[in-house]
Design a protein around this ligand. Structure first.
Ligand code: NAG
Ligand code: NAG
Ligand code: NAG
Ligand code: NAG
Length: 181
């Protein structure tokens, strides 16, 4: 029993060490859906994934906010696929302008960390004009969260002054790192 375990551990280390740390994890976008429900306020020009390599898929997005907003709420919900998507872990309604001042939500801080240096939304409210996301991809080193292997959906419904303006839904796949699990 014990020797079997040791063998497994050694074998695991051997497999894992033959890859570089980041190669041992699959963490990538599989789909994105962006839709505006009020094109006189929020317009998507572009919202697209690009497969750069087998393990790296980048997201590019270009949108315009046509009138300033000082009140944004994001209803963010995670789902994990298990014969249909089932709610998983997170279901929050976040005051985004407050978040941008205080960074006061640990889960949203993780989501934000993927975007902040590859987008132009690192500032406080009001928000107006171009919203640009350039070559964002999912970096496992930013995920400070134990997550089981699986297919996930992060749904984000955005409200300005309590009115539903647009959705951004990301699907992604996560495969646990052999070394970490
Ligand atoms: C749509 O956007 C306009 C601003 O262009 C705003 O005045 C109006 O309240 C919005 N309507 C809805 C239903 O959100
Ligand atoms: C975003 O789209 C607008 C409208 O199509 C375009 O004028 C602008 O150059 C685009 N910006 C970027 C950074 O791609
Ligand atoms: C984002 O904003 C904070 C606070 O203004 C600043 O300290 C940080 O350097 C900014 N990060 C980037 C990537 O621009
Ligand atoms: C995004 O996902 C949520 C949750 O499944 C769903 O209610 C919503 O309709 C989706 N939005 C779009 C634009 O597909």
């Amino acid at each position: 029993m014990e020797s079997k375990l040791i063998f497994c551990v050694l074998f695991g280390i051997f497999i894992a060490s033959s890859f570089d740390f980041n190669d041992a994890v699959v963490f990538k976008f599989t789909n994105v859906v962006c839709e505006s429900f009020n094109k006189s306020w929020f317009v998507f020009h572009n919202c697209r994934l690009k497969a750069v390599s087998r393990s790296k898929v980048t997201l590019n997005m270009n949108a315009t906010i046509l009138h300033p907003t000082n009140d944004m709420t994001c209803h963010a919900q995670m789902f994990k696929r298990a014969s249909g998507y089932k709610p998983w872990l997170m279901n929050i309604k976040l005051d985004v302008c407050l978040f941008l001042r205080r960074k006061n939500n640990p889960f949203f801080s993780i989501v934000y960390s993927f975007f902040k240096d590859l987008s132009n939304f690192n500032h406080t409210c009001p928000y107006v004009g171009a919203i640009i996301v350039k070559d964002v991809y999912l970096r496992p080193e930013l995920l400070r969260l134990a997550m089981p292997t699986g297919d996930y959906l992060l749904s984000m419904k955005w409200y300005y002054y309590q009115k539903h303006q647009f959705d951004m839904n990301f699907s992604f796949t996560f495969v646990e790192d052999l070394l970490q699990s």
